[in-house]
Design a protein around this ligand. Structure first.
Ligand code: NAP
Length: 276
């Protein structure tokens, strides 16, 4: 198989999802509905600025409205909660995204619980987390939802196959494992206390590397012919993944899918709130 055929092209799948969202947004515009995504950014973390900027830009490209609410790093809990309450109550706002991480003085879990579940386009509210567990319709976390779209659209079979997820965060690892389970994979979750990580990951026919640790996955971790999805920002090396049959590139893998799914979630929230 050539290198091109091996690539699981997140950018291409993300572009397809964006085009579908743009077409649906155009249909809504004919009914005078324009979905709106509001981002909340507390403090001036440069990486968060970049993420929020690209989310706002993508919203505009797809015909949606977006607002970014910037608060100073020293914002108090009650001030942030007041903003979330205001956005919850604003009928113009369809999606609310609180950019993480929040400054240390703020209680992140309490803020995420405060967001109206119907506007929770990140899928982090406990109600949406519970609905996902039960495999019922819900707004789903964008990164794992994007990976599921990628696997499905690239024709990667999951039913009955061994999937291993490295990482157990609420944002990526745990929802990823649940989604793979609902797709009938046999799922193992690894984390920092896992003994002999390589022995477990070598069992994987589908390996999702979401630990965020540079060079964690080496050649000894990948079985011949495995499908590898690299969620981290640090590229897993060519040498490490030479045995993989299909692999996501970094950049151009999971990042664009995450933003595309955020747009899809905002569209879904806008329609659901209007019973469309
Ligand atoms: P996180 O909250 O830091 O979680 C990392 C997970 O990896 C934890 O469960 C941790 O285990 C586990 N881990 C750490 N070291 C390990 C080791 N040596 N062996 C096995 N497991 C280990 O990170 P996250 O938010 O889930 O994000 C994971 C990665 O995805 C990061 O690189 C992040 O930048 C990336 N990401 C990318 C996108 C995108 O759009 N491309 C979006 C979100 C996240 P413990 O639970 O035991 O600590």
């Amino acid at each position: 198989m050539s290198d091109d055929q091996r690539i699981l092209d997140g950018s291409r799948v993300a572009a397809a999802i964006r085009a579908e969202v743009a077409a649906a947004v155009a249909e809504l515009a004919a009914r005078a509905v324009v979905p709106r995504l509001d981002a909340v950014l507390v403090g001036g973390d440069p990486a968060s600025e970049v993420y929020v900027g690209s989310k706002a830009r993508t919203s505009a490209e797809l015909g949606m409205r977006s607002e970014t609410h910037r608060l100073p790093a020293a914002t108090r809990q009650d001030e942030l909660e007041a903003l979330v309450d205001r956005l919850n109550a604003d009928p113009e706002v369809d999606g609310i995204l609180v950019q993480l991480p929040l400054p240390r003085q703020l209680d992140t879990a309490a803020i995420l619980r405060r967001v109206d579940p119907a506007k929770d386009v990140d899928g982090f509210h406990p109600m949406n987390v519970g609905l996902l567990q039960q495999n019922r319709p819900a707004l789903r976390p964008c990164t794992p939802a994007g990976i599921m779209e990628l696997l499905e659209r690239e024709g990667i079979a999951l039913a009955g196959r061994r999937a291993v997820v490295v990482g157990r965060s609420d944002i990526v690892g745990k929802p990823m494992a649940v989604m793979l389970l609902h797709a009938h994979a046999t799922v193992t979750i690894c984390h920092s206390r896992t003994r002999d990580l390589a022995a477990v990951t070598r069992e994987a026919e589908v390996l999702i590397a979401a630990a965020g640790v540079c060079a964690l996955i080496g050649p000894e971790h990948v079985a011949e012919g495995a499908v590898v999805v690299d969620v981290g920002m640090h590229r897993v090396g060519d040498r490490e993944t030479a045995k993989a049959s299909r692999i996501t590139p970094v950049p151009g893998g999971v990042g664009p899918l995450t933003i595309a799914m955020l747009m899809a979630n905002t569209l879904a929230a806008a329609k659901a709130r209007r019973d469309l």
